[in-house]
Design a protein around this ligand. Structure first.
Ligand code: ADP
Ligand code: MG
Length: 602
């Protein structure tokens, strides 16, 4: 059937040809605004583009000032080589760049910028004032561009270098302005960019001033450790391990990994402190992060992350940076080799500096009933409370027997278990009605704590432990924002924390359940895990989970028989004993049939 022979019921029927829109090329001032959205998503992306331009111009000093998270004003001052007067207007045209001349250049990009899109995109959505002067000339030039139109251009006295000031970002884009999150969030994004560049370019002196107060300052000595000290503090800076590159251990001699990583004793609850660069470009690559984190396998607890500033150097032709307008994604020609090089190099420096990886296991050999293998001790069943015997058996895999007790009719029950021992100080092994059961001690305890805390929180009966001496804690802007928004909840869970000026807070009390931890660290950890949130719907559940996670026994902790029995008993009382609050299993099962088959009995 021909498309024109449409039936009367067709939707198109009755439409006049004049109703059908014609296709037109967008005028340049419209298309540039659309394109701008890809490059300039938010204040932090403006800062990123401007700082990249300064670095590309060979600046050794870069000062960034932002007001109201960058929404009102962003200014970037550099002492780089500047722009020739004749070129200044061109720099504001799309795809105008001094960095790439022909297509073949795109396969060998050595600069941070190359698309020629940043300045025109920024000027399309704000008012930009650019002042620049090159060394050979006496006077510089100042250009003012608003909504993509040049308003003013005049000779201007200025020091060598370039100053770009961006005012009223997204002035004509109320939708985008509204979409931007709180000032504090924007500032913390900007800050995290500056921190990354400061780590990638320790020879450059960086300053970030936010609403008049200094937020980041580095000295630009060229020494990475000094940059780390300026950013993460003396303790972290001094402890960082230099990565020792050893070409013999790495397949490709073209790949070179340098930088610093934290020893296993220093770790954080989020990935914000892990920076990976490829040819000194900060990349946010899941797989590279994974490779780095794998190097810490056996050294770090679950959900703890290293502090790292690591640069992967490789030939320009082996990496494609022209993947996305924001240029934070890259593709490698030989991906596996890059991962292997990163992982091996980091792993090597960690193991060299920490000769005993199984710290926890060695510790636990002091207690007599655990070790690398299944403990050989058995415990009698009588430690189980009576009620568990009264359940008809049901199974972790979901098959359920009938329950004859009405007190908890909807609860999934666990089978009655007899504890056999502990495996790898991580799993409790038990015998049940149909074979052997392994319980993940951390996951199980997390479930137990989660349900208890959730209940107590609902009845406002979580207890606080006052500190003998209040402790100060220095929050990030993100952390402060979250704390301020959830102040009542923090109080309800037992944290008594009050402002002490700026980003400093005073901790007066902590939840009793967490009173054996370092108060400042645990407060920050709870903030971080609440921010991450997991899959929880309510803030109360997030908070309950956060405390549960931090108070639960860990893998690596050796348990007495009494503790294991108690843990199993408490797990049995849970509403949802079979999974941890994240939904991972708490218990797995090897059936008798599986065992018999394994031994060729069936
Ligand atoms: P790109 O960086 O991709 O080339 P931009 O739009 O960011 O594109 O900048 C356009 C051009 O303006 C650059 O190629 C560069 O020549 C010049 N330029 C921009 N910022 C600076 C700066 N801070 N110092 C010197 N030159 C600059
Ligand atoms: Mg650029």
């Amino acid at each position: 059937m021909n498309v024109h022979e449409s039936k009367p019921s067709d939707k198109l029927n009755g439409l006049q040809t004049s109703d059908i829109p014609t296709i037109r090329l967008l005028p340049e001032n419209v298309s540039s605004k659309i394109a701008a959205g890809e490059v300039v998503e938010r204040p932090a992306s403006v800062v990123k583009e401007l700082v990249e331009n300064s670095l590309d111009a060979g600046a050794t000093e870069i000062t960034v000032e932002i007001d109201a998270g960058g929404c009102e004003r962003i200014s970037v001052v550099d002492n780089g080589r500047g722009i020739r007067k004749d070129d200044v207007e061109l720099a504001f045209q799309r795809f105008a760049t001094s960095k790439v001349a022909e297509a073949s250049d795109l396969s060998e990009i050595s600069t941070l910028g190359f698309r020629g899109e940043a300045l025109p995109s920024i000027a399309a959505v704000s008012t930009v004032s650019l002042i620049t002067k090159i060394r050979d000339e006496e006077l510089g030039i100042r250009l003012i561009v608003t909504d993509g139109e040049i308003l003013d251009s005049q000779l201007y006295g200025a020091p060598d270098g370039t100053t770009v000031a961006v005012n009223n970002l997204f002035q004509n884009f109320p939708a985008r302005r509204k979409f931007l999150r709180a000032v504090a969030t924007e500032l913390s994004r900007v800050r995290s960019f500056i921190v990354r560049y400061a780590l990638a370019y320790p020879e450059v002196k960086f300053r970030l001033v936010a609403d008049g107060s200094e937020s980041v300052t580095t000295i630009g000595s060229g020494d990475l450790r000094e940059a780390i000290v300026s950013i993460y503090g003396l303790d972290v800076g001094q402890a960082m391990l230099e990565i020792s590159y050893d070409s013999e251990n790495i397949d490709s001699e073209k790949i070179n990994v340098t930088g610093m990583v934290s020893p296993p004793s220093i770790h954080r609850s989020s990935r914000n402190f892990t920076s990976i660069f490829v040819n000194r470009r900060w990349v946010q690559s899941r797989s590279l992060l994974y490779a780095l984190e794998q190097s810490y396998k056996g050294f770090l607890m679950e959900r703890r992350f290293p502090v790292a500033a690591v640069n992967v150097n490789l030939p320009l032709t082996d990496v494609d940076v022209n993947v996305h307008p924001a240029k934070t994604e890259v593709r490698f020609r030989q991906e596996n080799q890059v991962f292997a090089a990163l992982q091996q190099t980091v792993r090597r420096s960690i193991t060299e500096h920490s000769p005993i990886p199984e710290v926890n296991l060695l510790d636990s050999t002091r207690s007599f009933h655990s070790g690398n293998a299944v403990s050989s001790r058995f415990w009698p069943i009588e430690t189980f409370p009576k009620h568990t015997q009264e359940y008809e058996m049901s199974y972790p895999d979901g098959r359920e027997g009938s329950q004859n007790h009405t007190s908890t009719p909807f609860r999934k029950a666990l089978p009655a278990l007899r504890i056999l021992g502990q495996v790898q100080t991580k799993y409790v092994i038990a015998e049940g009605p149909d074979g052997v059961y392994l319980i993940d001690q951390h996951a199980a305890h997390e479930r137990v704590m989660f349900e208890k805390i959730r209940e107590k929180l609902a009845s406002l009966s979580l207890e606080a432990q006052s500190l003998l001496e209040p402790v100060t804690v220095d929050l990030s802007l993100d952390q402060r924002e979250l704390f301020v928004a959830q102040q009542k909840l923090f109080f309800d869970i037992g944290f008594q924390v009050e402002p002490f000026g700026g980003l400093i807070y005073l901790i007066r009390a902590v939840p009793v359940l967490l009173s054996n931890k370092d108060p400042a660290q645990i407060f920050i950890d709870v903030l971080a895990s609440m921010e991450e949130g997991g899959s929880f719907d309510s803030w109360n559940e997030r908070a309950a989970h956060s405390i549960a996670c931090h108070s639960a026994i860990r893998a690596g902790q050796s348990l007495s028989d009494k503790e294991m029995t108690e843990l199993t008993r408490q797990l049995e009382e849970c509403l949802e004993p079979n999974t941890c609050p994240h939904g991972r299993p708490t218990i797995t099962h090897i059936s008798l049939l599986q065992m018999d088959r394994g031994f060729g009995r069936r």
